[in-house]
Design a protein around this ligand. Structure first.
Ligand SMILES: *Cc1c(COP(=O)(O)O)cnc(C)c1O
Length: 346
């Protein structure tokens, strides 16, 4: 029997032999003492890449997000974000549970950023009776929006508006690598518009573990204390940082292949039933399917596909998601299309 084709997420990749070799030979030290040279060089490298002063390795993107927004927003204040953003929907209320931060949201079609949507609901300095907004979060690319790339012009407009209102901006850049490859916008041009940034090494870049929080020296020093307080002060994690270095060296530009295969999947699926997806909305590696025009649920579709050896995610009653990645090649793409053609025949 052949191996299942796994398109549930871009987190399912396994480290290549070359990445494992880089892990095995990494110089390490105790990172809680600041002694791990591979972690230190990775933090410096990523901070520099985005034009910021400092960075902090975190085991997960959720923790990198939570450390970042904790540095921007005080207890009892709010961060505003798009309705389907990861910070709001997929971090299990961490901002409220850990930091006393509340959220308010604006809805956006495909998660696409329109600066005025955010600025119109921002309420800074709300006085003694109402919650004050202190930060805005932007997700790029937007995961549940279907891998949407946020337009630089809207980001810049949001930055200018946030400056006028005295608000901070956080970038959830778990897939900023995909945004960069799809748009050609440099990491520095993204970076300069945000006060804090989180990026993931374990999504499209294929590292087994790791995210980085990026900001000023002062915020990163404070976040380092909070990381330890949360129990995520780690020791010889140069082993993990080495995978991050390897991923940055080898796995950024190849994301364009993931994007091409996602587009191929979308075009093939739209040919089966055009209500499932508009292929022009697929800009990166995520293919979100709207099953509201079909008599089957997303869970039923996922079950049918699984029986044929294709794993996809059912993320809502009528929303299914396929994500292309480093361990998914052209031959598997052709097989996946055949399986979908059979599964979607209703
Ligand atoms: C995956 C992801 C994260 C981080 O997730 P972890 O599983 O905690 O590493 C953050 N933001 C977005 C948009 C993501 O897709």
């Amino acid at each position: 029997m052949r191996m299942a084709i796994d398109l549930r997420s871009d987190t399912v990749t396994r480290p290549s032999q070359e990445m494992r070799d880089a892990i095995a030979s990494a110089p390490v030290g105790d990172d809680v003492y600041g002694d791990d040279p591979t972690v230190n060089s990775l933090e410096e490298r990523v901070a520099h890449l985005f034009g910021h002063e400092a960075a902090l390795f975190a085991p997960t993107g959720s923790l990198a997000n939570q450390l970042a927004i904790r540095m921007l927003v005080a207890p009892g204040e709010e961060i505003i974000a798009e309705t389907n953003s990861h910070i709001v929907r997929a971090e299990l209320g961490a901002a409220a549970v850990f930091s006393g931060i509340t959220t308010r949201t604006w809805p956006a079609v495909n998660g696409l950023l329109v600066a005025d949507d955010a600025l119109n609901i921002a309420r800074p300095n709300s006085g003694p009776y109402l919650v004050s907004t202190t930060a805005i979060a932007v997700e790029n690319t937007h995961n549940f929006g279907g891998g949407t790339v946020q337009p630089l012009a809207q980001i810049e407009k949001l930055r200018a508006g946030a400056n006028d209102l005295g608000l901070a901006l956080h970038l959830d850049g778990a897939r900023i690598w995909n945004a960069h490859v799809a748009s050609g916008v440099s990491f520095k041009d993204y970076g300069k518009n945000f006060d804090t940034i989180s990026v993931c090494l374990s999504k499209g870049l294929g590292a087994p573990v790791g995210s980085i929080m990026i900001s000023t020296k002062e915020r990163v020093a404070r976040a380092r204390v909070w990381r330890k307080r949360y129990g995520a002060g780690m020791r010889q994690i140069g082993l993990l940082a080495a995978a991050g270095h390897f991923a940055l060296d080898h796995n950024i530009q190849r994301l364009s292949e993931d994007h091409r295969r996602a587009k191929d999947l979308a075009v093939a699926i739209a040919a089966i039933n055009s209500s499932l997806i508009d292929p022009t909305t697929v800009e990166t590696n995520i293919v979100g399917l709207d099953l509201s025009g079909l008599p089957i649920s997303a869970a039923e579709l996922a079950t049918r596909c699984k029986e044929s050896g294709l794993w996809i995610s059912a993320l809502g009653p009528k929303y299914a998601r396929l994500v292309t990645h480093l361990d998914f090649d052209d031959a598997q793409c052709a097989q996946a299309i055949e399986i979908l053609q059979r599964a979607l025949k209703v």
